[in-house]
Design a protein around this ligand. Sequence first.
Ligand code: BG6
Length: 485
Amino acid sequence: MKEVQEHFPDGFLWGGATSAIQIEGGYREGGKGLSTADMVTVGSRTEKRRVTRELNEDVLYPSHEAIDFYHRYEEDIALFAEMGFKIFRMSISWSRIFPAGEETEPNEAGLQFYDKVFAELKKHGIEPLVTLSHYELPYALTEKYNGWASRKLIDLFVKYADVVLTRYKDVVKYWITFNEINCLLKPYGNYLAGGMILEADQGMFTNPNSEQRLERIQAMHHQLVASARAVIRARELNPDIHMGCMITYHTPYPYTCSPDDVMMTLEEDLINNLMCSDVQIRGEYSGRALRYMKEHGVELEFTAEDEEILKRGCVDYYTFSYYTPFTLSKNPPAELTNGNMSRGIKNPYLQTSDWGWQIDAQGLRWALNNIYHRYEIPMMIVENGLGAEDHIAEDGTIADDYRIEYLREHVKAMKEAIKDGVELIGYTPWGCIDLVSVSTGEMAKRYGMIYVDKHDDGSGSLRRLRKNSFHWYKQVIASNGENLG
Ligand code: BG6
């Protein structure tokens, strides 16, 4: 009989998470091509980010320099090592490897950059966790094919995945295919995840009323097939590689106990949270997903070959981002709140961050239980954290106690879930080093344990400073989650 697990397991993978578009910069260096992220302007809490189809000299594009990891990776990795990281989540930039997406040969200089990053991680005993596609594709594919709306992207992605999987098959053990693949179920995923441009709307997150549902779900289907093909290829190259899905998970709460609200909550879970992982873990769309598509007039172009590939390309482990829960009601009250680029009803029991994201550590335990007891495969939380403004005191300290409090509560929730029997193997809080916010393009929305002196207007020395959370997290890792301060 299994025993109740009272502690984090030995070998638990503590670390931190980032993505290429939010840290690298060097947007034209080493032969890199323009990516979809490179065309997005800076925004703010009130001003939306825009996609410009040509680069405009008078506009600030935060990804172009980001936090300059491209030149500072050695210093950054040394800081991760000082905190005791066992694993570091990063993504490879597709446009560094195939600058326009359709070259026959990969860009060797782009590969050499990642050779160096992986060697540096290895030097410090840190395991890389690599996302193949994190909100980025060569921009040329957006203009030529309207991004993932086209089936052509599957072959182009697989060609790219094949190159990096082949090169790093013995260096990188943990992979994720697509970041937050299920965000293509929502209009905000159009450009962000699908690289699809709306002629009438150059806003990055598009008009929420513009449905485009068929195109988006077809794009998501293409990514699901591409993901499965990458999994199949990785296994051929090295059967020990671990391939994961990555889902943006919002714990769904009914606003009232009316059966209507409860049913709506179940539907939210089955479609927006679970639809993609059902495909990536079970190899086929659930009955509920098929019904959803039918009732919304989504007639997928779905070949017999797709069916066979989805069946064969199931992932080994489940990863997800968890920031905020989602409250639903058939008769919503007027008061709404922000939440990870979507909107939901304000939950009166929860506090919100400065950016209006609701904070709920128990929702993480709920999510871990719900997901694990559905799939029973190892799980990793690959994003979680508090975006907040930080201030440097005169003596140089950054007292981010609010972040420590947030992380502490979430680590406690993880421990409870482990006691519940969940097989949790790792935790990589988001933006372990301050980075560019995806939703607003700001630097002011900081998640890091390492402060980066860079500001919304692009100014700053790029100097790195340790926040109080740096020292706190170091002690958490050293005690394998026992000493939470
Ligand atoms: C996730 C993304 O949705 O949320 C990250 O995978 C992103 O790329 C993170 O940065 C936090 O969102 P934001 O808008 O605060 O950067």
